[in-house]
Design a protein around this ligand. Structure first.
Ligand SMILES: *Cc1c(COP(=O)(O)O)cnc(C)c1O
Length: 450
């Protein structure tokens, strides 16, 4: 394959086009090399090898154009290879690639922190710190909360996902594939019930918060808890939107007991759900907020932002890392954030919701396997059951996924039981491609249930 200079992704034709089977012969050859060269532990969901991407399209090595309903798991929110981001990255990479902010700093890092402090909920004084990945942001949020409170316990939720490092694996609920055979896990992590309206048999949000709080008081002791870490909408757990009052109930309990309330907005943040941050929907102001994924259009960057007195309670040198807040990643983030502000990105996410929801509701009338439709903005999912029961139907999710992939739509499944079909389109997705992706999903259902 040649590395011929290709025009910018912005002029990638916005059209689904299949020239070969999926994956095509070039992708299959690359996948054979992958198997021989890359650890088996690194799984691949759909082995089409991408050469270009932009708007709502991924183009593969065989020249196929697929509709991207995943955004690399909620990362390329402003569109893959967004031209503004590309220009900012090119300029920065030609100036300098790295100094290590802790050795000789640069303005981009400070500017990303200023943007995070300005955009995250709450008018209080804030500070931020930058890292390389979501898991690293969570690790550091926990470090800060422990330093500030001088307590150790960390409370997390059932169905929660926080990463793949040792601490964040322990904080994650699901065993396969994240934790199996990787223990022992870090101590002082406690899991309490989440609000999962579809499966809670009518238990309301405030009531479920009481169940979780009672558990904390009885089994841990509120005065031992450094932090409660919650995703406002649970991502890998299955796009679970808590019943109203749950999130607020947990935040109020934390505030009353000197516990640092941490919103993990790594997947739900940066305009994904129709607000800048998902916790704004519940009017909750977290003490700390972790960000990553959508922040920098795919360049590795993550942040922890929160109350100045908490963030500043750590001794100098206690936070950091060689690459954290890399200048190229910061330039990408500033361009992505600027794009979101100029294009009213939350409104774009709400528009995607307004197109998807009626179509999915129509499908649910036709296909009783769709038992729940949920999510906000451009973070939408359907939960699949065996018709007439509440039993998770992960086989159907896998069948639908296969059909969509073979027909040129990149879709993702999720959920503790693998029975949730999720949609995370980029906010640059053209309407005709979004409609087409839904039509192919409809056909997938028709074929699977025929
Ligand atoms: C993806 C994710 C993480 C982990 O981020 P990485 O960059 O993969 O380490 C943590 N929390 C949530 C909610 C996520 O979706």
């Amino acid at each position: 394959m040649s590395l011929a200079v290709t025009p910018s992704a912005s002029d990638l034709v916005q059209e689904r086009r299949l020239l070969t089977e999926i994956p095509g012969p070039k992708s299959q050859a690359l996948q054979a090399r992958k198997v021989a060269a890359v650890s088996n532990g690194v799984g691949v969901m759909l082995p089409v090898y991408v050469v270009r991407a932009g708007g709502g399209i991924l183009m593969d090595a065989d020249g196929n154009s697929l509709i991207d309903m995943g955004s690399g798991i909620a990362v390329t929110t402003v569109g893959n290879a967004n031209p503004d981001v590309v220009a900012a990255v090119q300029e920065q990479v030609a100036n300098f690639t790295h100094t290590c902010f802790m050795v000789t700093p640069y303005a981009g890092y400070v500017e990303v922190c200023e943007a995070l402090n300005r955009l995250t909920p709450g008018d209080h004084e804030k500070r931020s710190a930058l890292f390389n990945s979501g898991a690293e942001a969570i690790e550091n949020a926990v470090k800060v909360a422990r330093a500030y409170t001088k307590r150790q316990a960390v409370v997390v939720l059932e169905h929660g996902y926080h990463g793949r490092t040792n601490l964040t694996m322990g904080m994650t609920a699901k065993n396969m594939p994240y934790k199996q055979s990787f223990g022992p896990f870090a101590p002082e992590i406690y899991r309490v019930p989440a609000s999962y309206p579809f499966r809670d048999r009518g238990i309301k949000g405030p009531e479920m918060a009481e169940v979780a709080i009672t558990r904390i008081e009885r089994e841990i002791g509120a005065t031992n808890v450094a932090a409660i870490v919650i995703e406002p909408i649970q991502g890998e757990g299955g796009f679970i939107v808590p019943d109203p009052g749950y999130f607020r109930g947990m935040a109020d309990f934390a505030a009353k007991n000197g516990i640092v309330f941490i919103a993990d907005e790594i997947q739900s943040g940066f305009c994904r759900t129709g607000d800048w941050f998902a916790c704004q929907y519940e009017d909750v102001v977290p003490d700390l907020i972790t960000t990553a994924k959508g922040i920098a259009d795919g360049m590795p960057l993550a942040g922890v932002t929160g109350r100045a007195e908490i963030m500043d309670s750590v001794h100098p040198g206690g936070l950091g890392g060689t690459y954290g807040g890399n200048p190229v990643a910061c330039a990408a983030a500033l361009a992505a954030i600027d794009w979101m502000e100029r294009n009213d990105a939350p409104a774009l996410a709400r528009e995607i919701e307004s197109i998807m929801m009626p179509r999915l509701r129509e499908m649910a009338l036709q296909f009783p396997a769709i038992a729940d439709i949920r999510g906000r903005g451009a973070m939408i999912a359907i939960e699949l059951v065996k018709p007439g029961t509440m039993d998770p139907n992960s086989d159907l999710a896998a069948t639908l996924n296969r059909y969509c992939h073979q027909h040129g739509v990149v879709t993702l499944t999720t959920g503790t039981h693998g029975n949730v079909f999720r949609f995370l389109p980029p906010l640059t997705m053209p309407r005709h491609l979004l409609e087409e992706a839904l039509t192919i999903l409809q056909q997938a259902f028709e074929e699977a249930t025929a």
